[in-house]
Ligand binder design. Structure first.
Ligand SMILES: [Zn+2]
Length: 327
């Protein structure tokens, strides 16, 4: 099973405690006759979450194109493969909805049912995926949310109030996103760069985005405002997210920007380094970025680095935005 982000469960515990306390305070206010609008929202949270999830699911059932062996069979197969890979007893339903240029995907559930929704822009040209690897990564990410239990009713009820606490709530959501990215990576490792390139540059200009060049900037962009933008975001900021998908040796960074491990200190030979004949610039010295650091850009199963510099074959690929509602 793909790794769950190390901060996910500790943050979940804190958020659930905050939510339970909020419910208790709301009940107290209700019984003492001091109930305001917010109090009522909290008291009726179980019903509100239930209704929103039911409506969302019904919306897909009546308006969505249900993936099947005959409708969007490529996506249908990807969902089945991802569910099998994650050892899920039941394959989630999957729907395609009209994207209208907007690119998005999300996972949710209602009762014991689980489903994935993919916007139609991820499929074009006769229903074929714009970039099959990116789509497989994205579907793996969304099915991963389900496999990791992120879309269960009880979990969402338990996070109802705590997820609105600044920084705390968003940090838990970011940890969940890293967990889902681990699932996407497990499902289709070489789809990760293409998916991230599209998040950065859009479905037409994704090929112009240098995955390594952008990921390297996670270490270079510093300061308080960088920190706060990430801390308040529902998804890890893109450069950090790319870094985490490139460096598979550790969990993605939640609070502090990632940085490359220091290069090993090796005493230079007497007289300094002598480049081999015909060897223009000494590699790894005086070269910026970490493209040549072992473990970066050479992660096994991560596709050849030329896939980053050169445009993907299809020229087009996909992007997605994670739905972040109470669903
Ligand atoms: Zn997600």
């Amino acid at each position: 099973m793909p790794a769950r982000h190390s901060w996910e469960i500790p943050l979940l515990v804190i958020v659930v405690i905050v939510t339970v306390l909020a419910y208790l305070v709301a009940l107290l206010l209700l019984f003492t006759g001091n109930a305001g609008q917010l109090t009522l929202v909290l008291v009726f949270a179980p019903l509100i979450v239930y209704l929103i999830r039911g409506m969302n699911y019904a919306g897909q059932r009546v308006n969505g194109v249900k993936m099947s062996p005959t409708q969007f069979p490529e996506g249908y197969r990807m969902v089945q493969e991802a569910a099998a890979r994650f050892g899920m007893a039941k394959v989630p339903d999957a729907y395609v909805v009209l994207g209208n240029g907007q690119i998005n995907a999300f996972a949710s559930g209602h009762g014991f049912r689980r489903f994935v929704v993919v916007y139609s822009d991820l499929f074009e040209i006769g229903g074929a995926a714009r970039d099959p690897d990116a789509l497989a990564f994205i579907i793996g990410h969304e099915v991963g949310h389900i496999a990791a239990g992120h879309v269960s009713y009880w979990r969402q009820l338990g996070m109802f109030a705590g997820s609105y606490v600044p920084i705390l709530g968003s940090s838990l959501i970011r940890a969940q996103e890293y967990t889902a990215d681990n699932h996407g990576f497990c499902n289709r490792p070489h789809g990760a760069p293409a998916a991230m390139q599209t998040l950065a540059g859009g479905k037409y200009l994704n090929a112009l985005v240098g995955f390594d060049e952008m990921a390297d900037r996670a270490d270079q962009e510093k300061g308080f405002f960088v920190w706060i933008v990430n801390a308040m975001a529902s998804h890890p900021v893109l450069t950090w997210r790319m870094w985490a998908l490139r460096d598979r040796s550790r969990h993605g960074k939640l609070f502090w920007r990632p940085s490359a491990p220091p290069r090993p200190m090796v005493a230079p030979p007497f007289g300094g380094y002598q480049p081999p004949a015909g060897y223009g610039t000494p590699q790894g010295f005086g070269q910026t970025g970490y493209g040549t650091t072992p473990g970066y850009g050479t992660t096994p199963g991560y596709g050849p680095p030329q896939g980053y510099g050169a445009p993907p074959e299809s020229g087009d690929t996909t992007t997605y935005y994670e739905y972040r509602g109470p669903n």
